[in-house]
Design a protein around this ligand. Structure first.
Ligand SMILES: [Zn+2]
Length: 466
């Protein structure tokens, strides 16, 4: 077409699979201890989790109930019927040759979770229960090793059979920042439910994003007439990324993959459908296996475990055991205690802090200490909540308020003025020059009419620089 400028634009399409290890006492289908971190390899095993012939699995009821609670907390439907299936594949980490998982009847499905301060909802396709695999350790034998000068792999079956919940989203993400926020929400929710520590560095929470780019062609007619042509079909390929084991690398790995795919599309090619691994040292993703080797899992119903049938009564009972969830608690803190959403967010980040705060409110009744004062003290002074009883904390606040009363509004105004007037110093501080802080504190003290604790000034400056 004459005089048309074709411009390619890409919209990332990202879906997520998150695995969460439950901290039940025993494993999913046997009575071995589920806690394996730091334990001597292959000391917590039995015929069931070693996959020996004839061993029969007995499902862990607690693990299943926790899986359903996760589903409920993620606003899922809980079907009244579900079952386990065998997922067949051959790999050394799987002694039975199959993994007990769930295929077409998971414990929970069709949920959602809100991010970006309720601006966006991520749909959750399913939440299902499965067993973890053994852990492979790849090594290279040195001169003194039994296997010299070659690669070998050790297998630790302690992790084999640990209860694992998989949470699968629809491909609703279009950027890495949202993925990170979603993960933090998932971690916060499972910690509120007290079903997992969900520590990414320890492998208790694992993440597998699948990423592809949707091509949008903006056809420009003449000068001003821009008509973007967007099709809502999903891209014809997708790339799965494994081995991202810390929050630090979530965004990096996804953004790397988006850039890599955009370059391929810019050349007029289509990225290969494959599984890639995040290489922490090189900060890149590397190809692991392509579509040709992709698995056909040949799922079929697990014959050794009868299907489950739930009653409405049972599900109601489980629902009744759910704690107040983070989003509800946040909302309530803002309303009930008249807190800013910033303060309420910090106080509800961990359930322990939230509980502590409310306990302190109870003991501060009739003592002229407001929830706002308590919130400020906890957020700005960061007292060690494990070593300070709420009643002590309240006493500290009363003692502190006798020596110096801080007009918070005034202090905030002065701090903001100082920040605006000293842009160069603020820049230096943000670049890492810690000494500048003393200068900024000095500037605030000069402007304040009243005497205020240096620590309070410091945290107020830090808060305003965020
Ligand atoms: Zn076992």
């Amino acid at each position: 077409m004459d005089g048309e400028i074709m411009k390619q634009k890409y919209e990332p399409v990202i879906g997520l699979e998150v695995h969460v290890e439950l901290n039940t006492k025993s494993k999913m289908f046997c009575s071995c201890k589920a806690e394996y971190f730091g334990k001597k390899p292959n000391t917590q095993t039995c015929p069931v989790c070693l996959g020996l012939p004839g061993a029969l699995p007995v499902p862990n009821r607690t693990a299943i109930e926790w899986c359903i609670k996760i589903g409920m907390a993620l606003n899922c439907d809980i079907p009244l019927e579900s079952k386990f299936d065998r997922k067949n594949y051959f790999y050394p980490d799987l002694p039975k040759g199959y993994q007990i998982s769930q295929y077409d009847q998971p414990f929970a499905m069709n949920g959602s979770i809100e991010i970006r301060n309720r601006q966006k909802a991520i749909r959750i396709r399913r939440v299902h229960m499965e067993e973890d695999t053994a852990k492979l350790v790849h090594e290279f034998g040195n001169q003194n090793a039994k296997i010299k000068d070659q690669k070998y792999t050790l297998i630790d079956f302690n992790r084999s059979g640990v209860p694992l919940v998989e949470i699968v989203t629809e491909p609703d993400f279009d950027n890495a920042q949202d993925v990170k926020e979603y993960l933090q929400k998932i971690q916060q929710i499972v910690r509120y439910l007290d079903v997992s520590e969900a520590d990414m560095e320890k492998g208790m929470m694992r993440l597998e994003p699948n990423i592809s780019l949707h091509v949008t062609r903006n056809t420009t007619h003449g000068k001003n007439n821009v008509s973007p042509v967007t099709s809502h079909l999903l891209p014809s390929y997708k790339v799965e990324v494994k081995n991202i084991n810390s929050f630090k690398y979530v965004e990096k790995a996804i953004n790397f993959e988006i850039d890599r795919q955009a370059k391929i599309l810019d050349e007029g090619k289509t990225p290969v459908q494959e599984t890639r691994g995040w290489d922490e040292k090189k900060q890149i993703t590397v190809s692991q296996r392509s579509k040709e080797e992709a698995h056909d899992y040949r799922y079929f119903p697990e014959p050794d475990i009868p299907p489950f049938e739930w009653t409405d009564k049972k599900l109601l009972e489980l629902r009744g055991q759910l704690p107040e969830l983070p989003s509800k608690k946040l909302e309530r803190f803002i309303k009930e205690y008249n807190l800013s959403s910033y303060d309420a967010e910090i106080l509800t980040r961990e359930i322990q802090t939230a509980d502590y705060f409310e306990e302190a409110i109870t003991v501060s009744k009739d003592r002229n200490v407001t929830p706002k004062q308590l919130a400020n003290y906890i957020i700005n002074r960061k007292p060690d909540l494990e070593k300070t009883l709420p009643v002590q904390l309240v006493q500290n606040i009363i003692a502190a308020s006798k020596t110096a009363t801080v007009d918070e509004k005034h202090l905030e105004k002065v701090v903001q003025d100082v920040i605006i007037e000293n842009t160069k110093a603020v820049e230096d501080y943000k670049k890492g020059n810690e000494k500048v802080m003393m200068f900024l504190i000095g500037q605030v003290i000069r402007k304040l009419k009243e005497k205020v604790d240096v620590n309070i000034i410091k945290s107020e400056i830090e808060r305003n620089l965020k």
